[in-house]
Design a protein around this ligand. Structure first.
Ligand code: ATP
Ligand code: MG
Length: 230
């Protein structure tokens, strides 16, 4: 079950609804070749985060398939998904426990030094040291004792440490200050390099670097091309 991953991602004829009868995606199709960066843009409510929810297997399609390397994600174990797919979500969710545990996550053999290096990479080290007990601070239920921006930084650090083949970013709009944003930009570029990346971006700087940009509207891709083409 832990065979090496190439990193092809495909949505094939996916239909999806959160509530019965309220269709969000209809015959949604998408192919990302291993190593490519695809940026998804589109108006609020168009279904961008829903695509991420399906790729990360937080929800299941009503019809159709989400495939990684040609195999339905439903056939992969959660352990496999955790080690191969790193994600930073729009509303990042941490689990109760310390900052350190949350960065380490599935990578149980990570040393304190590796954890701190990952945090430094995304400029999270400083704010973590300012917390009551530093890396041993309890983040509270779901991370409730931290701000959204802080939770995102911890999610970024987790992704850097995990070093997954596939990186998914559902960028938050306004939870990170400008200074941190520059460092985050660096972390995003680092995380996109050499792996399949699926980025829901608001910042032009992130979008410009994508191999392919998809524009979504009402659950469908209505336009696609490079930044130069669109
Ligand atoms: P934004 O840019 O604001 O993040 P988005 O493109 O990510 O928007 P989605 O979050 O995918 O949009 O939402 C697509 C549609 O699905 C919206 O109509 C939204 O109301 C609905 N929706 C999203 N999450 C749920 C949920 N958990 N339960 C029911 N409906 C949902
Ligand atoms: Mg969204």
């Amino acid at each position: 079950n832990y065979e090496p991953l190439i990193g092809d991602v495909e949505f094939s004829h996916v239909d999806f609804e959160y509530l019965e009868g309220e269709r969000i995606l209809t015959d949604f199709n998408l192919k990302i070749k291993a190593g490519q960066t695809v940026a998804l843009v589109g108006e609020t409510g168009s279904g961008k985060s829903t695509v991420v929810n399906l790729l990360c297997r937080f929800y299941q399609p009503l019809a159709g398939q989400v495939l990684i390397d040609g195999k339905d994600v439903r056939e992969r174990s959660l352990g496999w998904l955790h080690s191969n797919l790193g994600y930073v979500l729009q509303s990042p969710h941490l689990f109760s426990g310390t900052v350190k545990d949350n960065i380490r996550y599935g990578k149980l053999d990570a040393s304190d030094e590796q954890i701190e290096d990952a945090a430094k990479m995304v400029d999270a080290h400083e704010f973590i040291l300012r917390l009551e007990k530093g890396y041993d601070t309890d983040v509270g239920e779901g991370g409730s004792r931290l701000s959204t921006g802080q939770k995102q930084l911890i999610s970024f650090a987790r992704a850097v440490l995990a070093d997954p083949r596939i990186f998914v970013l559902d960028e938050a709009t306004a939870s990170i200050d400008t200074e941190t944003e520059q460092v985050i930009q660096y972390a995003i570029e680092y995380l996109m390099k050499g792996r399949t990346s699926f980025i829901i971006a608001h910042r032009l700087s992130t979008i410009v670097n994508a191999d392919l940009i998809l524009v979504m509207k009402k659950g469908k891709i209505v336009e696609q091309g490079t930044h130069g083409e669109l």
